[in-house]
Design a binder for this molecule. Structure first.
Ligand SMILES: Cc1ncc(C[n+]2csc(CCOP(=O)(O)OP(=O)(O)O)c2C)c(N)n1
Ligand SMILES: [Mg+2]
Length: 565
């Protein structure tokens, strides 16, 4: 078979495990799309706009390990770049591929459509360089294989997005065939000497402390270290907490698991145990203003062992050039049978009594948040993935207890409202075997609603709980004003517009607990498309965690500027 640049790219995407790529067509990428369509084992999936296309690829990467979005120049790519910033923030290797001007136009002084009207089209590559770990521009078929491989290899290694732009007249040009894919997949191994030294220093740290706990952070999945973290928890026999953004990265049915650590928005007893610990082993955490609840809960100092994806800080020393999973495995092996630290778990069990289950509301009562969350929680099985949007949906999802295998997807570092709808779409394309439940607020939904139409098109049976509380409640709790009120929509009614003449999506509305349980029963029967259940609740009916966290974030935002010296 003769390869073209587009075929080469498609082959590489398939070889790294992609079965789909997401796309919006435009004249700069049409020939490229033809080439990708011709790639065996790689399906093309269309989105309504490029922001959603980027987020769909991001959601796909969450389920599948990597994703790709193909867009047209500038008018498409600049929208997609927002989602690429999200993939950077969330440590997901998403490959953004943009069609680009004809190579003959570069340097010609020509002004081209879809550009800012200047004959220099380099601005998109420059912007992309700031938001990706590798950004390449392909203007000749000869150089294409090396540049494509560089971008993909770097994205996979760093778990960050990469950018590839391809001149529209080069996509179908013949190029050399791909070599073995191992050149892209193989990583640089951990340095054995550094690994040994890091483990020795860590054993010293643990041996000199009694009240040790493990804190799981949100980069753990990208570091491919979930199993190794579980092994360390079992080896130490200590209490294990997850940070909010790392929900579901440690099995919640494991006896060492104690809940979410999030300052005063933590689950019962968890903050107390973490504060009481004299040694916190923090695995791949992100400590930002949100995750530290406005800088009020930030474990740092000599009692913290900080293990990052590629380096470890312990006892005032840094060990760089190792992989977290190797380090955790080696540490567990070294500790095994010699050092256990069960005190934190024992203390947790002493201070925290299991809470009573929430009682069901009377079916005719007005729907409230607690009843909505209770009914959603009942749907969770080991095959469930909950996609929870920025807003009170975060806090509702964090409260849910997960059986082994259930996953929660959050976008807490980037926090782009509306992310959950296209990310759900991408996730569902990647994992049709899972039951996907999305919780999204009314305000967030209004940003990306149209992507539900693609779920209809592909007959994806996801269940979307749209929480209609008439506004931006999370912002109400941080800082209120008229800007937090939004125009109401007939959300359930949207589905018939998306269905048009052939769709099988279902739009339902629940104003009481009884209506919600009826709607859920219908949703579970609808296997031919998405079901959107609009849950109507009061504007200020939110979790207590949102209120206390919102107060902390507001205080952090309100810190006055530093005085000049
Ligand atoms: C793209 C983007 N624009 C604005 C914001 C600021 N913002 C954060 S949360 C939020 C409101 C979310 O409201 P809703 O989805 O209704 O959730 P609720 O808190 O009501 O559950 C807004 C506007 C953001 N995070 N992202
Ligand atoms: Mg809302």
């Amino acid at each position: 078979m003769t390869y073209t640049v587009g075929r080469y790219l498609g082959t590489r995407l398939a070889q790294i495990g992609l079965k789909h790529h997401f796309a919006v067509a435009g004249d700069y990428n049409l020939v490229l799309l033809d080439q990708l369509l011709a790639t065996p084992d790689l399906k093309q999936v269309y989105c309504c706009n490029e922001l959603n296309c980027g987020f769909s690829a991001e959601g796909y990467a969450r389920a599948n390990g990597a994703g790709a979005a193909v867009v047209t120049f500038s008018v498409g790519a600049l929208s997609a770049l927002n989602a690429i910033g999200g993939a950077y923030a969330e440590n997901l290797p998403v490959i953004l591929i943009s069609g680009a001007p004809n190579s003959n136009d570069i340097g010609s002084g020509h002004i081209l459509h879809h550009t800012i009207g200047l004959p220099d089209y380099g601005y998109q590559l420059e912007i992309a360089k700031r938001l990706t770990c590798a950004a390449v521009s392909i203007t000749s078929a000869q150089e294409a294989p090396v540049l494509i491989d560089h971008a993909i290899r770097t994205a996979l290694r760093e778990k960050k997005p990469a950018y590839i732009e391809i001149a529209c007249n080069v996509s179908a040009a013949p190029c050399s065939p791909p070599g073995p894919v191992s050149a892209l997949l193989r990583d640089v191994p951990s340095d054995p000497d550094t690994l040994e030294a890091a483990v020795a220093a860590s054993v010293e740290f643990l041996a000199s402390r009694k009240k040790v706990s493990l804190l799981i952070g949100s980069k753990l999945r990208a570091a491919e270290a979930e199993d190794a973290a579980l092994q360390l928890g079992k080896t130490l026999s200590c209490a294990v907490a997850t940070m909010a953004a790392a929900k579901s990265f440690y099995p919640e049915n494991d006896p060492h698991y104690i809940g979410t650590y999030w300052g005063d928005a933590s689950s019962a007893g968890v903050r107390e145990i973490m504060d009481w610990s004299d040694g916190i082993v923090a695995l791949a955490p992100v400590f930002n203003d949100y995750s530290t609840a406005g800088w009020t809960a930030w474990p740092q100092g000599e009692n913290v062992l900080l293990a990052e994806p590629h380096h470890v800080h312990v006892n005032g020393r840094t060990f760089d050039g190792i992989h977290l999973k190797d380090y955790l495995a080696a540490l567990s092996q070294r500790l095994s049978g010699e050092i256990t630290r069960p005190d934190t778990l024992k203390e947790f069990q002493r201070v925290v009594r299991p809470s009573a289950p929430v009682a069901a509301a009377a079916p005719g009562d007005r729907l409230v948040r607690a009843e909505m969350a209770r009914q959603i929680a009942q749907l969770i099985t080991p095959q469930t993935t909950i996609v929870a949007e920025t807003g009170d949906s975060w806090f509702n999802a964090l409260r849910m207890t997960l059986p082994e295998g259930a996953r929660v997807e959050l976008e807490m570092q980037w926090g782009h409202i509306g992310w959950s709808v296209p990310a759900t779409f991408g996730y569902a394309v990647a994992s049709p075997e899972r039951r996907i439940i999305t919780m999204v607020g009314d305000g967030s939904f209004q940003l990306t609603a149209q992507e539900v139409a693609q779920m209809v098109r592909l007959k994806l049976p996801v269940i979307i709980f749209l929480v209609n509380n008439r506004g931006y409640t999370i912002e109400v709790e941080i800082h209120d004003g008229p800007y937090n009120n939004i125009k109401n929509w007939d959300y359930a009614g949207l589905m018939s517009a998306f269905n048009a003449e052939d769709g099988k999506g279902l739009g339902l509305r629940a104003t009481t607990g009884g209506e919600l349980s009826d709607a859920i029963a219908k949703a579970l029967k609808n296997q031919d498309g998405p079901t959107l259940i609009e849950c109507q609740i009061e504007r200020d009916d939110c979790t207590s965690e949102l209120i206390s966290w919102g107060r902390r974030v507001a205080a952090a935002n309100a810190r006055p500027p530093r005085k000049a010296d």
